[in-house]
Design a protein around this ligand. Structure first.
Ligand SMILES: Nc1ncnc2c1ncn2[C@@H]1O[C@H](COP(=O)(O)OP(=O)(O)OP(=O)(O)O)[C@@H](O)[C@H]1O
Length: 456
């Protein structure tokens, strides 16, 4: 039999008991630590991740009322509440057992023990410790996500008509349980809006569970979304709930739904239609109670036309559709967002930078923003870090050549094209006018004239 990866600490002042417990358990678990002085508990807990502590109730001769055991139990629970504590005594009484369980012990065994019973108690103690740790991890992730979210967006920024329309739609849709599909390019705020719908809904006190469907392969899709029972597959050591169940009472945000292959789309459709899931390896169906919000940056209607996305699934998820426009189509929001990030980032980097030059604003308004709001945040962050000025200049803004590319079929205006090319050259040479002029085939003076003409 393969030993289970687990650390068990045995504490008793009787070395014979320690010896016999070690013999009983060492064939089943990888690490057995013995200790005859409970005062050393802290050292063990700080050095090792202990799954189970088997703790004697009595240490001083003459004190056999279990008080010491209860004292140490309380102490362990205060510093490592995920560790399972099993108490043992030769003088067990129901009264003491009840008291110990009330104070956080998981089990109580009487000496002399039967080896099988001891193994069974320790083994379920190990499983319990693991599931407590996993829950703590999930809670930490959730808290972290919430914290990041609040740090990221105290407000949704946007005065443009399209953003105001989107914000108003959120207000109307949030209190209903309608499925929402959020469409928009990368970095347009799909996550931010999904979370905002959740926060404005009646489900706000329950979890908001985000999952990137694009990153799941076939095996993970089912186990992550629906959960599994112990033994369902090789690594299924214990029952685990999936994201749909985790989102109970709250919202599940299925991101990148356009990346889901067709056969998984069918599975998801069945779940959304029936509002039931079945954990892997379990026959039983479980009802789901989660509001469903989906998002994608893929051209979903084109995908339906190309038969790479199921039309029936689209109709299930798009009861309400929220379109987030790319930043280049709402130029009026650019200055607002740039100033918002400037304020936030100057605080973060403790720099005194009051504003952007007129030319820098102009350059931002003429840029294509392929990465949308995420990109403006990154560009402002980089500028804040590198600039030595108290105003951000055009040369502090590092635009990617992707966003500078001129699409000739879109824009045939010669002056506009010239202006963009000049910006591109200045960016490429990081503000070095001589090099930019050379690249453009102009003299320095000719370039300066054009900079003035276009107010760059
Ligand atoms: N309206 C907004 N106001 C302020 N910040 C925003 C706004 N929209 C998005 N952001 C910020 O822009 C960044 C990208 O937003 P988000 O992750 O929501 O975009 P997304 O569309 O989900 O991106 P992707 O498609 O790449 O997953 C985040 O840092 C977010 O806080």
């Amino acid at each position: 039999m393969r030993k289970k990866e687990a650390t068990i600490l045995l504490i008793d002042d009787d070395d014979d008991i320690l010896f016999s417990a070690r013999i009983s358990l060492k064939n089943y678990f990888t690490n057995i630590i013995t200790e005859n002085n409970p005062k050393n508990i802290n050292q063990h807990l700080t050095k090792n991740l202990i799954d189970v502590i088997l703790l004697d109730m009595n240490y001083c001769i003459g004190f056999e009322d279990g008080r010491e055991g209860l004292y140490w139990l309380k102490h362990i629970k205060e510093i490592s509440h995920e560790t399972t504590v099993i108490l043992m005594t030769a003088f067990g009484s129901i009264h003491l057992a009840v008291e110990a369980i009330k104070q956080g012990a998981t089990d109580f065994i009487l000496k002399p023990w039967n080896s099988e019973k001891l193994y069974a108690a320790v083994n379920s103690g190990v499983e319990l410790a693991r599931s407590k740790r996993k829950n703590t991890q999930l809670e930490t992730i959730q808290k972290q996500q919430d914290k990041e979210f609040h740090q990221k967006t105290e407000h949704i920024i946007g005065n443009s008509t399209t953003m105001q329309t989107a914000i108003n739609l959120v207000k109307k849709v949030a209190p209903t349980d309608a499925n929402v599909l959020i469409l928009g390019e990368n970095g347009t705020g799909k996550y931010v809006f999904a979370k905002e719908i959740h926060l404005q809904s009646n489900r706000k006190d329950y979890p908001f569970i985000h999952i990137d469907l694009g990153s799941l392969n076939e095996n993970l899709f089912e186990s992550e979304l629906f959960g599994y029972v112990k033994g369902a597959f090789t690594d299924a050591y214990k029952d685990t709930i999936g994201r749909f169940e985790l989102a109970k009472g709250g919202t599940i945000f299925l991101d990148e739904i356009g990346n889901l292959p067709l056969h998984l789309q069918s599975k998801l459709l069945t779940v959304i239609q029936n509002r039931k899931i079945t954990r892997l390896g379990e026959g039983k169906e479980r009802a789901i109670d989660a509001r469903i919000i989906c998002a994608t940056n893929a051209p979903i209607y084109q995908m339906v036309a190309d038969e790479t996305f199921r039309q029936d699934l689209l109709f299930r998820i798009n009861t309400i559709e929220l379109n987030l426009p790319p930043l280049r189509d709402r130029i009026e929001d650019i200055t607002l967002l740039a100033n918002h990030f400037l304020q936030k980032l100057t605080l973060k980097y403790r720099k005194k930078i009051g504003s952007f030059t007129k030319e820098a604003i102009n350059a931002m308004e003429n840029y294509h923003w392929p990465g949308n709001i995420r990109e403006i945040e990154h560009i402002v962050e980089r500028a804040v870090i590198i600039t030595d000025n108290n105003q951000i200049q055009t040369s502090d803004l590092y635009f990617s050549s992707k966003g500078m590319n001129i699409n000739v079929s879109d824009n045939l205006n010669l002056e506009e094209t010239e202006k963009v090319l000049i910006q591109q050259a200045i960016q490429k040479h990081q503000g070095n006018i001589s090099k930019a002029a050379k690249d453009l085939g102009l003299t320095r003076a000719a370039l300066y004239r054009r900079l003035e003409k276009y107010q760059l």
